[in-house]
Design a protein around this ligand. Sequence first.
Ligand SMILES: [Zn+2]
Length: 224
Amino acid sequence: MAGAFVLIVAGFGSAVIGGATDTGALRADKYQTISQNYVGPDISSAASEVDVSRSFDRSVVEKQAKAQAQQVLVAQADLAKKVDAKAAEVKANQWVLPVTGYQITATFGQRSGLWATVHTGLDFAGPSGSTIVSVAAGTVKSAGYEGAYGNRTVVTLLDGTDIWYCHQSRIAVKPGDKVDPGQVIGYTGSTGNVTGPHLHLEVHPGGGPAVDPKPALIQHGVTP
Ligand SMILES: [Zn+2]
């Protein structure tokens, strides 16, 4: 095969070098030379030996074709089911950003004289009175004034994660309320220990210790 390859390359090479002066007859002659020197399997005779209609029982072919068509239908239905399940899963996991028109002014784990230890949430600074929406579906666990956190609402999501919305000027829900993703639950403000109006958001999986809200938001399809 290597010999045949070299021969083809050489043929093309000379055709290119020949350029405009190369005649059709000359090119045909070169291809003739290549085919005469071809050392691979004899394609022309191999093709005639593979005749499905003669070597196979037609009923077997038909039966297998029917079975294959059925397999395709089942696979497609299965795939459609998987796509639906995936879409439902994505929808169930999709969060909504809690505020709009904000700037991130403090991130999780930062140290400052403002906080007793480290910053345990993500700060979305913006004009006081901006609407705060629930990031996902859940139930209001608590809503009221909570010291340094100011007016705080805790919403327990369907997966058990608690979301804290702090420093609100006004709370618009009460404990036990069911909330939908994007539903207004309150308004931004500067109640509690703050230097300016912002939403301090905390994420507590299973109601346990706070985790970094940023990757939690990103994991649920939104980038703060
Ligand atoms: Zn904060």
